[in-house]
Design a protein around this ligand. Structure first.
Ligand SMILES: Nc1ncnc2c1ncn2[C@@H]1O[C@H](COP(=O)(O)OP(=O)(O)OP(=O)(O)O)[C@@H](O)[C@H]1O
Length: 459
């Protein structure tokens, strides 16, 4: 059912006659209708399927329809219309503050119902297949994130090590948690930041130690590996692990047994490893931060999370998600003002999703009553002038400047690599290699990369 593109409508109303009218309009407008007479039934329905339109009565035998609106995940479902026979200013105000598209007073005109269903049909035509739906509490609808969710879903149940690469704050730990949740493994999820633990402590923290193994080891201690037995061990910033320890880690992964520091007994381990780094793993290998043999073992299935600036359509979605979380936590109903989401979408987000979450939180705290306002961005970024020149602000990284310059020149050369290379004084191969890197980072699509350095038509 999820794969079909027919619009799906849920009517939640205890009035049989009203549900009959909705059913007739749904039939005429070729929408699939699901009916619920109580909040409890409706909750089951929204758990089991996604709807393009929810038509919800306010006063239900077991509660207020707006409670359902509070609970459902709007990234999963489409639009919500309230239909009530007993309008009140209080409920109307409450509804207006929620993502409710219509507030209908019964008797509802058939035309109004038909219009809502036609809108639902339009939404259904662009609905994502459920396979691309978010995983493990992750929010995102951009093409690279949908592809990532799909990869996570496929690799999670397999006994394969995953290496997650992404800038700080892109959600590497969330990916690791999602992999664990979908793995079906019954053990715990243990996260270790290898860069945050002193080098001389890391081996005993990871692999445990026997009593008396070193000064201060008064008790035997099972390390993170043993704590994650039957589950998943997330090795964050694995490239910060000392090389000598990387050798031992590789041995543990190969033999699936470990020996505690100061011990002799071999302990079998059944642990799924998810490793992560902000560093590009290939570069980390080339620079000697990561042993190549360990990378081949950890990177059986590599995953890359694109930076937030490469998936701007996720920004409003994430911002609303963080605001909703704050609203739920503090029982408020704050909303962004009209320009805030645009301002958020304009920023560069070097700290990625974490920075966005903090920005929403800051704006929430400073909000004037119920309106949350995001201030204009003043951080450095490139601006393209109308005459084709680019202004670079002090403080931008060389990488950003280079990328901005290359992509803008390419665009100005109608995507002709040879012409852009001539203008920039570099070879077409350099342009091609950069484009491959940007694609790898999820910053550009295949269309811009083309099939090779010399794939341009002669100019
Ligand atoms: N797609 C997402 N949906 C919802 N929340 C997200 C998403 N991505 C990241 N976050 C949130 O952003 C914050 C940073 O995420 P996380 O700690 O997983 O990033 P990270 O890449 O592991 O960062 P670091 O490299 O600095 O450890 C967390 O609060 C996380 O919940």
């Amino acid at each position: 059912m999820d794969q079909s593109n027919a619009a799906r409508v849920l009517v939640v109303d205890d009035n049989d006659a009203f549900r009959d009218i909705v059913a007739e309009v749904a039939r005429l407008e070729q929408c699939e209708l699901t009916q619920a007479a109580t909040l409890a039934e409706a909750r089951c329905c929204v758990e089991e399927a996604r709807f393009d339109l929810l038509l919800v009565d306010l006063s239900l035998p077991d509660g207020n329809g707006l409670d359902l609106v509070d609970e459902i995940d709007l990234t999963e479902h489409g639009r919500i219309a309230i239909a009530t026979g007993f309008p009140s200013i209080e409920s109307a105000v409450r509804a207006v503050r929620k993502p409710v598209v219509e507030y209908l007073v019964k008797p509802v005109a058939v035309d109004a119902l038909a219009k809502l269903m036609r809108d639902a049909r339009e939404r259904a035509a662009t609905r994502l297949p459920r396979a691309a739906a978010p995983v493990g509490g992750m929010v995102g609808q951009s093409a690279p994130m949908r592809a990532l969710f799909e990869q996570i879903r496929r690799v999670a149940p397999l006994d394969v090590a995953v290496f997650v690469h992404g800038e700080s704050g892109t959600g590497k730990e969330l990916v690791a948690q999602a992999l664990h949740e979908l793995s079906g493994r019954s053990g715990r999820f243990i996260a270790v930041n290898c860069g945050a633990i002193a080098h001389d402590l890391l081996s005993s923290q990871l692999f445990g130690h026997e009593r008396g193994a070193f000064t201060g080891a008064a008790q035997a201690h099972g390390g993170f590996f043993e704590q994650a037995q039957g589950g998943t061990l997330f090795l964050d910033e694995v490239t910060e692990m000392p090389l000598a320890l990387q050798v031992y880690l590789l041995r543990v992964l190969e033999t699936r047994t470990l020996t505690r520091v100061g011990g002799a007994r071999e302990i079998p381990v059944d642990v799924r490893i998810v490793a992560a780094s902000n560093r590009d793993p290939q570069l980390a290998v080339a620079n000697g931060h990561l042993r190549a043999d360990l990378y081949y073992r950890l990177g059986e299935f590599p995953l890359t999370i694109p930076p937030l600036r490469a998936r701007r359509e996720d920004i409003p979605l994430l911002a609303r998600h963080f605001l909703e979380r704050l609203n739920r936590r503090y029982a408020t109903t704050r909303v962004f003002d009209a320009d805030s989401l645009r301002r958020l979408g304009d920023r560069n987000w070097p700290g990625n999703v974490r920075e966005l979450r903090h920005a929403v939180q800051r704006a929430y705290i400073l909000a004037d009553q119920d309106t949350v306002t995001i201030a204009e961005d003043t951080s450095p970024r490139a601006i393209t002038e109308h005459d084709g020149s680019i202004r670079f602000a002090v403080g931008m990284s060389f990488d950003d400047v280079e990328r901005e310059m290359l992509l803008k020149t390419l665009a100005a050369s109608s995507n002709n690599k040879r012409r852009a290379a001539r203008a920039l004084g570099i070879t077409t191969k350099t342009i091609y290699n950069r484009l491959l890197r940007y694609r790898e980072q999820g910053l550009i699509g295949d269309d811009l990369v083309g099939s090779g350095p010399d794939d341009d038509k002669p100019d």
